[in-house]
Design a protein around this ligand. Structure first.
Ligand SMILES: O=C(CO)[C@H](O)[C@H](O)COP(=O)(O)O
Ligand SMILES: [Fe+2]
Length: 217
């Protein structure tokens, strides 16, 4: 069954704890936390203190996946580990192979799952060298920075390539897609090979969140 991870970016920030609980009560499998620093992307969202508040609101057993859209994941990731997230994903565009490999290793050593994200313009080949060392590959289906953008179907090719690579190499990383995903394109993403679908606007802003998540599943 495909994992649905609503993005808290589309929630009502004046009631962040209640909103996080609302997602899980509506059938969310994971909750997606978008961290933006105003440098790697042209937007600022929230940091580790809010993540810790979300953890407190949902209890110890819920899976929180943090998508770091920040320039120095190596410098900041441990604050998110201490805040209680379960998975930390950062972008492959950020550095050379030493930086990427070292940061992936340090995240795992800190006791959480690691993930590597790629922007729509970044080719599959950029992440290929690291696929044996990751728990999750995030294929962005919008240019990161903002919720509510239109899904880019051109990235589905990369999802298919990643799924083929995984089969051929008997690897076990999950494939996640993020951006513009809803009831109208979830099946297309899953058929291409995605295991985890991030959905912000189509879940938090739906008239009935439980129905929206059930429809996607
Ligand atoms: O990483 C992101 C943006 O950079 C968000 O996770 C993504 O945009 C989800 O929101 P929506 O489903 O509304 O597109
Ligand atoms: Fe995201």
């Amino acid at each position: 069954m495909t994992i649905i991870s609503p993005s808290l970016l589309a929630a009502d920030f004046s009631r962040i704890g209640e909103e996080a609980r609302r997602a899980f009560d509506a059938g969310a499998d994971w909750l997606h936390l978008d961290i933006m620093d105003g440098h790697f992307v042209d937007n600022i969202s929230f940091g580790p203190e809010i993540c810790a508040a979300v953890r407190k609101a949902v209890g110890p057993d819920r899976f929180l996946d943090a998508h770091l859209m920040i320039e120095r994941p190596d410098h900041y990731f441990d604050r998110f580990v201490r805040a209680g997230v379960n998975l930390i994903c950062f972008h492959v565009e950020l550095g050379d192979s030493y930086y990427i490999r070292n940061t992936l290793g340090r995240i795992r050593e800190a006791g959480v799952k690691n993930g590597l994200a790629l922007n729509p313009a970044t080719p599959f080949e950029a992440v290929e060298p690291y696929l044996a060392e990751i728990d999750l590959l995030l294929v962005m289906s919008v240019v990161p920075g903002f919720g509510g953008q239109s899904f880019m179907p051109s990235v589905l090719d990369k999802v298919e390539k990643a799924a083929e690579w995984r089969t051929e190499n008997r690897a076990s990383f999950l494939i996640q897609m993020d951006g513009g995903i809803g009831q109208n394109n979830a099946a297309q993403c899953a058929l291409a090979g995605a295991d985890v679908l991030v959905a912000g606007s189509s879940t938090f802003k739906a008239p009935d969140m439980a129905h929206a998540i059930a429809e996607m599943k």
